[in-house]
Design a protein around this ligand. Structure first.
Ligand code: GLU
Ligand code: ZN
Length: 303
């Protein structure tokens, strides 16, 4: 037996739809990276938006992971159970006077062309006695720790495409009393002790914001490794929105083999003769993250 190391990885699906081939690549990539490091691999359900989460989806996701042999360590963390912790941190930020309510309409934001101009920063006193949790407005964090680039384990140095986006006051609590993805990701990656975040390259841009939040909250910054995205024949990312097929509940092995091929891992000859468990053990033993192609190359190949 190998000794358990300090490595902690995680898979954090949003239960907005069933897992598809693209999600399997992400789950498998983060699983193999954690297991090859003799670390722990945690499962977190990012259920922060009830209206977008059909009942039973989290359960189906869990069943699918089990079917594909991807077993996690420790108890599953549900973000819907973490509201008190999120509120406490939001309260602290509020008391520190580093965030404010943004009352801007959708229309106004739309006219700005995608980057917020920090308009509401000066509209109201930052600390007042009003309960900060009002349904009508979003909270924005005054950007004090702009992050322009970071080192990604797979993609190399990743630069923000725009300076103004980096300087934008990001939303940390959404209109309608919803927690913002970037904030709760940072809070929980820290809470779970995650040392390396392995996920899809669609989250490269949000990583800049998440690192900035780690700095704002004075938390250690994990490593980040972004896997290439599986692109469909129209050149779009496979997603629940474009009706990517749910993973089959038949023999999981050929799908695992396809996912390994996508991750550019060594071929497993005669895999038909192996059980799912043996296949995954071989995949762990052969795991070569340096072989994974960068997002651009992948896009060219699959477009
Ligand atoms: N829950 C997010 C998603 O399913 C991913 C979160 C993350 O890996 O940071 O897209
Ligand atoms: Zn505003």
């Amino acid at each position: 037996m190998h000794e358990i190391t300090d490595y902690i990885g995680r898979f954090a699906p949003s239960p907005t739809g069933q897992l598809h081939f693209g999600s399997l690549v992400t789950a498998l990539g983060s699983y193999l990276q954690a297991r090859a490091h003799h670390g722990r691999w945690l499962l977190r359900i990012d259920d922060i938006d009830p209206l977008r989460e059909p009942p039973g989806t989290a359960f189906q996701i869990i069943r699918t992971l089990e079917h594909y042999g991807l077993f996690w360590d420790e108890e599953i963390l549900y973000q819907s159970q973490r509201h008190d912790a999120y509120r406490e941190i939001l309260h602290t930020l509020w008391k520190e006077g580093v965030c404010y309510h943004c009352h801007c309409s959708r229309h106004r934001l739309h006219d700005l062309g995608g980057v917020y101009d920090n308009h509401c920063r000066h509209r109201e006193p930052l600390t007042n006695n009003v309960t900060p949790f009002d349904k009508e407005s979003a909270w924005r964090l005054i950007q004090q720790h702009p992050v322009y680039h970071f080192e990604d384990v797979i993609q190399g140095t990743y630069y923000s495409k725009s300076t103004s986006i980096v300087l934008e006051d990001m939303i940390i609590h959404r209109k309608g009393n919803l927690f913002a993805y970037n904030l709760v990701t940072v809070i929980d990656d820290n809470y779970q002790g995650v040392t390396e975040v392995v996920r899809g390259a669609d989250l490269l841009d949000p990583t800049l914001r998440q690192i900035s939040l780690h700095k704002q909250l004075n938390l250690p910054i994990p490593r980040y490794a972004h896997l290439p995205l599986v692109i469909n024949h129209d050149g779009n990312k496979l997603s629940k929105q474009n009706h990517a097929h749910a993973l089959p509940d038949t023999d999981p092995r050929p799908v695992i083999i396809d996912a390994l091929r996508f991750l550019n891992q060594p071929i497993i000859a005669g895999w038909q003769d192996y059980s799912l468990t043996s296949l995954l053990e071989i995949a762990i033993a052969q795991w070569s993250p340096s072989e994974i192609l960068k997002q651009n190359h992948q896009q060219q190949r699959y477009e």
